[in-house]
Write a protein that binds this ligand. Structure first.
Ligand SMILES: O=C(O)CCC(=O)C(=O)O
Ligand SMILES: [Fe+2]
Length: 294
């Protein structure tokens, strides 16, 4: 995404700023609560440049799903990233502000970075260099607040090796961390892109967490339970083979089936709904009636 010349210039700016900080013993804010090395770029005049980066490269993907007017992907933009965030989510978010910083790793800096989620809706992470080994990112699934500690599913395991100049665009709540940088120095540019509109919407509308893979898994499980429960009701209200039934009795049975299916459907909005038999067969009508509770 970034040309070697741009990376060099940005690194030179950061080094100059750090030199000034050391000489003047100026106290600066570190980029976040995990990284002890690195600087906030917005703090020394680079805010406008980062605004432009977000405006020209991230917002077009949010707004147009990365496509041109003819519906084809805008490769000039899309091919610049290793994109691991759903386009549909980006469209929902459309970030307006950011927190931009660099992080620095090496044996004499931060060595690795613990497992975390970012305080962003979407994160741009570009490796600026220099020479290093190790430092791979490991991703372990997107999670809402409620499920942030939920187990990782095998298909969520994804590792990424940084290459100087290349960028990763990921969901801010995609759980991740960085392995140890075992030699040399690794410096990365991070742009935590935020959307206050999306945050406000999330407060009002709980269902916006449909991007959380664990919420999706729980939803699928509830649907599976509901189908099983409905099948159970159908198979339990059965006619006896020993005698024939009047039209009225048949009608009554079908009403009962519909009623129970409806009750199951309504009750099954809540997870863990179960059912138990409370009466079996009446004198002239063989049915199992299920009491449903959730
Ligand atoms: O070291 C990296 O590449 C990841 C940094 C990161 O995840 C962060 O600062 O939020
Ligand atoms: Fe992060």
């Amino acid at each position: 995404m970034l040309q070697p010349r741009f990376c060099e210039m940005l690194l030179a700016e950061v080094e100059n700023f750090e030199k000034w900080v050391r000489e003047t013993k100026f106290r600066i804010m570190r980029p976040n609560t995990l990284n002890r090395f690195g600087v906030v770029l917005d703090d020394f005049g680079l805010e406008t440049m980062l605004d432009k980066l977000m405006e020209d490269f991230i917002r077009p993907i949010s707004r147009e799903n990365g496509r041109n007017a003819d519906g084809k992907y805008n490769m000039a933009i899309v091919s610049r990233f290793e994109i691991i965030v759903q386009f549909s989510f980006l469209k929902l978010v459309d970030p307006h502000c950011h927190h931009g910083f660099v992080v620095e790793y090496g044996v004499d800096r931060d060595v690795d970075l613990g497992f975390h989620v970012d305080d962003s809706e979407v994160t741009l992470n570009v490796c600026l260099g220099k020479q290093f080994s190790g430092g791979e990112l490991f991703f372990r699934g997107v999670r809402c607040e409620k499920h942030v500690n939920a187990q990782t599913q095998p298909e969520e395991i994804f590792d990424y090796s940084h290459v100087a100049g290349r960028a990763v665009l990921h969901h801010g709540r995609h759980r991740h961390g960085a392995r140890a940088t075992t030699s040399g120095h690794r410096i990365n540019l991070l742009l935590w892109c935020r959307s206050s509109v999306f945050r406000e919407l999330r407060k009002r509308q709980k269902d916006l967490s449909s991007w959380c893979t664990e919420c999706q898994r729980e939803k699928k499980e509830r649907q599976r339970q509901r189908v099983t429960a409905i099948k159970l009701v159908h198979s339990s209200i059965c006619f006896s083979r020993d005698r024939s039934y009047s039209e009225e009795e048949k009608l009554l049975r079908s009403c009962l089936v519909n009623f129970l299916v409806l009750t199951f459907t309504l009750r099954n909005m809540a997870p863990h709904t179960t059912a138990k038999v409370i009466s079996c067969s009446s004198s002239d009508f063989d049915i199992n009636v299920y009491e449903i509770y959730g």
